[in-house]
Ligand binder design. Structure first.
Ligand SMILES: O=C(O)/C=C(\CC(=O)C(=O)O)C(=O)O
Length: 305
């Protein structure tokens, strides 16, 4: 099938630089996506955007170029609950990728087991209104209770202003819960203001909650952008991510978010995005946890001591 990209769509950055920051051995890019290719794995009819293609081969080439050892591939909403592109990437990764799927209540036990065999270890619940239609909470709770016995976790994506309303639902989830992009704080507000403090309280009071300290390129208001060799990109996001890494060093993950769906302003150079990491995890010990030990515990638990 032929697809026409959403008007204004920004394609991923071709020819990223080599990071200056040397990733530790075994580093995992714990948040990235594949898109199609649309001709092989059509985008979902209910999607809210139509992206460019971003294939598994292109993702694996980026992984090797940046110096990551493995990927966690997260189902993007443009594929709805059709996980075929994700599964295809996982099974062709030589064991170097695990995944987070999107499923419906109607999924059978056999289908869940097949996803597990392919390397899926979580489901994603998305509450960002521009990306998905509403799914009733009882349906999501039912899914969570069915994936819990598989040892899977739930990834949640929401905007900071919606946390108060979603709090009771999130804290009722029976699994490990991983928050995408720190719950999208408004970084023009103070890091110790009430909005971000609520997010920190969420993590402090609920030890099953983890956070990805990813997506500075999406959260940043004042930049500077990760382009043209910039070594101090997205400085306005640093205090937020660093606060989370330093307070919860054993419950944080980092990912590129390649191929960066729905960016409107610019497309970052992924090599420079990797150079953002030491700004938020300044010591070798924090970097080891963020990039190696934590993702291993969650996605390759059979290897973690
Ligand atoms: O890639 C991300 O994490 C963020 C997205 C896209 C998304 O979540 C999706 O399409 O599934 C966004 O903010 O548009």
């Amino acid at each position: 099938m032929e697809f026409t990209k959403t008007p204004g769509w920004l394609d991923w950055y071709a020819g990223p630089s080599k990071p200056r920051f040397q990733l530790p051995a075994g580093a995992v890019d714990a948040h990235c996506h594949v898109f199609g290719p649309g001709a092989e794995f059509p985008f979902a009819p209910e999607r809210k955007y139509t992206p460019c293609d971003a294939s598994k081969a292109q993702l694996f080439a980026l992984r090797d170029h940046l110096g990551f050892e493995r990927n966690v591939i997260v189902q993007a909403t443009c594929h709805g609950s059709d996980n075929r592109a994700l599964v295809d990437a996982l099974v062709h990764s030589d064991g170097k990728a695990r995944g987070v799927a999107t499923v419906k209540r109607s999924i059978s036990d056999q289908e869940l087991n097949d996803l597990h065999a392919a390397g899926v270890r979580g489901v994603r619940f998305n509450f960002v209104k521009r990306l998905v239609d509403f799914t009733p909470k009882d349906e999501l709770l039912e899914i969570a209770s069915r994936i819990a016995p598989l040892g899977w976790h739930v990834v949640i994506y929401f905007e900071a202003v919606d946390l108060p309303e979603l709090w009771d639902f999130f804290t009722a989830l029976p699994t490990t819960v991983v928050v995408d992009h720190m719950g999208r704080p408004d970084v023009s507000k103070p890091v110790d203001g009430p909005e971000f403090e609520l997010f920190l309280k969420f993590m402090r009071e609920h030890k099953n909650v983890w956070s990805k300290v990813s997506c500075p390129e999406r959260l940043s208001v004042t930049g500077p952008k990760a382009l043209n060799g910039e070594q101090n990109a997205y400085q306005d996001v640093v205090p937020f991510a660093r606060r989370v890494v330093e307070e919860f060093p054993d419950r944080v993950l980092w990912g590129t978010d390649w191929p960066h769906p729905n960016l409107k302003d610019h497309m970052p150079d992924d090599g420079l995005l990797v150079d953002f990491i030491p700004h938020v995890a300044p010591t070798a010990e924090l970097q080891q946890k963020l990039l190696v030990d934590n993702p291993k515990r969650l996605y390759w638990p059979e290897e973690a001591q």
